[in-house]
Every structure is written in structure tokens, then in C-alpha cells.
Design a protein around this ligand. Sequence first.
Ligand SMILES: Nc1ncnc2c1ncn2[C@@H]1O[C@H](COP(=O)(O)OP(=O)(O)O)[C@@H](O)[C@H]1O
Ligand SMILES: [Mg+2]
Length: 451
Amino acid sequence: MTPHRPEDTGLPTGLPAARPAAMPEEAWIEVLSAVDRTYADLVDYQEQLERQNARLQDMQAFLTSILASVSDVLIVLDRAGRIEQVSASLLARSGARAQALTGQDVARLVPPEDAARLAEVLDRLRADRRPAVLELALATPDGPEPLELSVAPRLDDRGRVAGFVLTGRPLGELRRAYAELTESHDALKSAQSLLVRNEKLASLGRLLAGVAHELNNPISFVYANAHALDRYVGKFETYFARVQDGASREDLVTLREQLRLDREITNLRQATQGARDGAERVRDIVEDLRRLSSDGAGERVSFDLAETARVAAHWVLRGAKEAPALTIDGPGTVQAWGRPGHIQQIVMNLVQNAVDAVEGRKGGAVTLTLAAEAGRARLTVSDNGPGVPAEVRASIFDPFFTTKSVGRGTGLGLSISLKIAEEHGGHLTLQDRPGSGAAFLLDLPAQGISG
Ligand SMILES: Nc1ncnc2c1ncn2[C@@H]1O[C@H](COP(=O)(O)OP(=O)(O)O)[C@@H](O)[C@H]1O
Ligand SMILES: [Mg+2]
């Protein structure tokens, strides 16, 4: 736009309407410079207007792009409830054209029964200005589409209600999103229980390594003794065959010495005793295992934490490549309340971690310290390994946090143990022992809440 000459504007210049011929030269100069000033002012004004206009256009483009791209339905109303602007998403849904909607009452977007409710909400908002949420249907060519609609007042610069902004999301979409959320929540839950089961299987694996090791001894003992018994039987068979054949007394005495039967009779006793000892050891081991597994899910009962800790620690150490020295301090019996099978899993996790921590160190030692104090049963599992570095202290109870290599650590042991302890109304904490290995304290109620 080019500015008009000031002569064409018809603007008052403030000059006297005198005839030029009668004016002195100075007056002319004054007139001309006034014209110049006015002209310059006008140019300024014009430039300012153009800048403002460009800004307005930017703003408009910005708003238009928002209206075009929001996926939620957006409707801007004036104070009377007439449509000022709508988003492209609304146009797409309602099948209407923007021009056809502008200036119309918002009621025409919804079925009549919803129109009344919407009008009520707008009325209330004019008074109390408090945003509201309501469910209503949007009339579309395919029939009503349920929306969750938020209605907020639009205030002018003096804080008066100038209109309303309505935003809505199709409920179908919300419901679908909710269903998806539920589904992924379920998937997460089942993944979690799978992980817990895997961790259980891993500790079962460690347990079995210990069992195999433990059974090996008495079984080979039984086997060796059975083998010896076989040999003795052979000798006695030879002897009795000669008796049957009617051998002379002297012959028999000689044979008896040759076969060293007198000594073998004592050995025979020892062999049967040995075989029985071995078999009893096997029976004890099986008994132990049965106790370990049968308490798995079970009822909450009063049980001996010291005994559970001893059995669990024993089996973990049996499964260890190089078993550290185990010391057990404190009273031989400590009453606790809960599910012994679950508590045993905590002890196995703690002892396994202690064993891992001292692995490859000379003089590795694991200590269990038991204590019964003021209605609580306490067990501390400590080791003389490197301890837990300060920078990971906060993370070790997190699921999947592990500093061990793949296949050695799942990072679930402590998080599961903590969960079990808390389910029992107890605590599991890392004790502060700067510079001297790690110590974990398991604290459990000594008695059930009911007594
Ligand atoms: N006795 C311990 N000494 C040093 N660090 C430990 C000890 N116990 C646990 N940690 C640390 O806590 C981490 C998490 O332990 P845990 O949850 O049992 O998982 P995982 O043993 O599978 O790594 C371990 O990787 C280790 O870094
Ligand atoms: Mg572990």
C-alpha cells in the first residue's frame, strides 16, 4: 500500500484557508513543512499498521493451524452460546462446513435432549465460571457419537465471561484407550509374576545343585558298602559250599583263615551299619527338602526363624562353588510369625548374595546373627565382601537392578525379598557398615497380629 498524497486525504491540516497569492514567503515555508510532517507521520502510521496487520495474520495462521490439527473436538462460543470457531476435527465428524456453523447456536450440534443439558451448563458457567465436564452426543451423519466434553469459560481482559471453550474427546476413543491400558496392565502383571517365578526357579536351581552335592556323599557311601557286602557274601558262599561238600574240620579251619572270615564278620557289621547310616542321611535330606517345599505357600504360622535360616543357608552353601565359612550367632531358637517357605526364600537370596560377594576372596565368611527383641524376630546376614558402593545403595532393592553378569544375576532377589518382608509386616534393610562388607537386616514380627 502506498500512502496517498496528503492533498487527497481530506485530513484537516490546521492551515488557514488563505489564498496563496496573499501569503508571504515564510508562511508558505511553514505550510510546506507542516505538509511534510503530516506526510511523514502518515507514512509512519501506515508502516505501523502494516506491521500489526502482519502480526495479526501470523496469529490467525497460528490459531487456524491449531484448529486444523487438534484431534480433540474444539468449539469456541460467544457469550450467548453461538459458534465462533470450530476445529477441523469437529467439521470432519459433523460433516458440516465452517461457514454454515459460524453464528449458529451450539445446540444444533447435539441432539435435542443434550442441547437442554448443555444450555444449563452454560448458564451455570456464566454465573460461577467453574469449568465443567459432561457427557453428551455429537450429531453426525452416522448418528450420535458420544463425547466427553469439557466446558470452560472464556474471560475478557476485565475478567468477564466473553464466551466459552468446549473441548471433547470421543468416548469410544477413550474407552478404547482405557481397554488398551487395562490390557497392557494385565500383560505387565503376568510378566511380573513370570519373573517372580523365574527367580523362584533360579533359587530352586541353586537348591538342586546343593541337593545333588549333598546326596552324592551318602549314596556313594551306601554304594561302597553294598559293594563290600557283595564281596563278603562271595567269601561266605565259598565257605558254605565246602561245608556242604563235607570238608574236614582242619580244611575248614584253614579255609576260614585263608578267607579271613573272622575279620570279615566284623567288617560285615560295619558295612551294614555304614549302609544304614548313608540311607538315614538320604532320608534326612529328603525330610529337610520336604520341609523346605511344603511350607511354600501355606498358612501363616509361628515358626523358628533360626531353624529356617540354618536350613536355607546350609543349602545355598552346599550349592556354592567354593563355600565360604558360615558362622551362626545368637539364640538357637527365635520365634517369628509368617510363612516359613517365603522367609526361607529371603534367607536364600541374602545368603546367595553374600556368597557371590565373597567369591574369589581369601577367607570369605558369611555370618547369620539372630536376635529376639521386643516382639520382633531379627536376622542379619553379613559378609566380608566389598560391601555395597554408596552410588548403588539407593538402587539395589529396585527390580532388575544387578551388578552381576547376565546369567548370574536377575536383579530380582532383593526386590522380591523386600516385598515378602513387607507382606509379613516386616522390613528388609541394608545396614550401614562403611568399609566392612555388606549386612542386611531382616526384621519380622514375633507374633501374628491376632496374637
Ligand atoms: N552382600 C552383598 N554385597 C555387595 N553387593 C550386594 C550384596 N547383596 C546385593 N548386592 C548388590 O545388589 C544387587 C541386587 O541384588 P539382587 O536383587 O539379589 O539381584 P542379583 O543378585 O540378581 O544381582 C546386586 O547385583 C549387588 O550389586
Ligand atoms: Mg541376588
